[in-house]
Design a protein around this ligand. Structure first.
Ligand code: 9WN
Length: 406
């Protein structure tokens, strides 16, 4: 059993979507939440990779499908490391439900989870295996940070941080006319350009030709690195709740390693965490919400102060409050996908820091405009798919936590 992000636009199982969807499921049925994660991990490759799409039932309404990827069962790239973090949030819902302060197999059994110890340990092993893949295959310079081998891998497809590296990809003769997405939204300007799609498809072909190695695109990403650190830390905590002490130690060490390694991406002049192209060495600060993510980790006070100020100056104060691109940037586009619009998942991540602002913002957006895929951050207008999975799932998470006020 699994959940698709959107019947119309995304009719397969997507990896990081399933992580968010599991959190939503946990507000009503913790067992079902675990099934969501288990079904995703059924698609794990031997090398530990969690493919970003699992082609479970073949449909023609999504492009690119299995033929283009060169793999029957799944896509060949991965997605952000959010699975440890998602599992921890799922388990917290079990504790909330029974009023417990910590989680163990007994608490899970009380909320109706079958074979809790065995299932959680099996998920933990799979998550650790996945983290191993990311560390081995997405760190070409050995920085202990995470790079991205395809814009889709980051989940933030046409984010401005990829523009330069994507321009280096040869798109001569690549045809994007097979696209099925543009006429499924109100206005094609809400989706990436054909030129960007030609880049995405050229990379898919290159990855296929390199026998599913990383291919010719490798950009270190502070956002992906932050999420790996968070996911390792979650893995460490859960492992110790379930008596897997050696795994807990390993995960904690790795969480610390990524967190301190992330400082290599800090640029004093730009006063920002930067995107680093592993092939050319070029580093660039980006005026985007993703650049604010290291705030979720233990970072030096000076960096924290700068990022907090940047939130006030560039991100807060628009209707949506958490646009994906700073409203002060020339690149800010309130309509186009990951180039300005607000996304519920990106906003939700900041709940530990800005709880009231996040809750108010998300609840108002969905009450007024429904569970859209993304929103115009100036007007709040819904964009992209309607009835989008993680917008609903993370709203449920916020509502359940608000009701119990943790
Ligand atoms: C490509 C499923 C996915 C999300 C991504 C989002 C979008 C796919 C697409 O939809 O990407 O993976 O076809 O546009 O950008 O974050 O996981 O919801």
């Amino acid at each position: 059993m699994y959940t698709v992000p959107s019947n119309r636009l995304y009719p397969y199982q997507w990896a990081w979507d399933s992580a968010f969807l599991a959190i939503g499921w946990a507000t009503v049925n913790v067992d079902r939440a675990l099934v969501e994660l288990e079904s995703l991990f059924e698609g794990q490759w031997e090398d530990g990779r969690i493919p970003h799409i699992l082609f479970r039932e073949r449909v023609d309404s999504y492009y690119p499908g299995p033929d283009v990827w060169g793999c029957e069962r799944s896509s060949t790239i991965t997605n952000p490391a959010v699975f440890g973090l998602a599992l921890e949030r799922v388990l917290e819902h079990a504790a909330l439900r029974v009023g417990a302060t910590s989680v163990d197999a007994k608490v899970l059994a009380e909320v109706g989870v079958t074979r809790p110890q065995e299932r959680i340990v099996s998920l933990l092993r799979r998550i650790e295996h996945f983290h191993g893949f990311v560390r081995r295959s997405r760190d070409p310079l050995g920085l202990h940070c995470v790079s991205c081998a395809h814009p889709w891998e980051s989940g933030r497809d046409n984010c401005i941080a990829w523009d330069e590296a994507l321009r280096e990809v040869d798109i001569d003769g690549v045809d994007a006319s097979g696209r099925r997405d543009k006429d499924k939204v109100d206005d094609p300007r809400q989706r990436p350009t054909d030129e960007a799609y030609r880049g995405y498809l050229a990379l898919v072909a290159a990855i296929r030709e390199s026998n599913f190695g990383p291919g010719p695109f490798a950009v270190y990403d502070p956002f992906l690195s932050t999420l790996l650190a968070l996911s390792e830390a979650s893995l460490g905590r859960i492992a110790s709740w379930f008596g897997e002490d050696a795994m807990a130690d390993r995960a904690r060490e790795r969480a610390e390693e990524v967190t301190s390694a992330l400082q290599q991406l800090w640029d004093d002049e730009a006063e920002a965490y930067v995107w680093k192209n592993a092939r050319t060495g070029a580093k660039k600060a980006q005026p985007i919400l993703a650049a604010q993510f290291p705030l979720l980790l233990e970072i030096p006070r000076s960096a924290r102060n700068v990022l907090e100020e940047r939130f006030q100056a560039g991100f807060f104060g628009v209707a949506g409050d958490f646009p994906t691109v700073s409203r002060n940037s020339e690149s800010f586009d309130p309509l186009c996908y990951w180039r300005g619009p607000q996304w519920i998942n990106m906003t939700w991540f900041f709940r530990p820091l800005y709880r009231e602002r996040v809750d108010e913002n998300v609840l108002k957006l969905v009450a007024e405009h429904g569970f859209a895929e993304y929103f115009n951050p100036v007007s709040g207008a819904p964009l992209g798919a309607r009835a989008f999975g993680w917008s609903a799932a993370l709203t449920l998470d916020i509502l359940a936590r608000t009701a119990d006020s943790p």
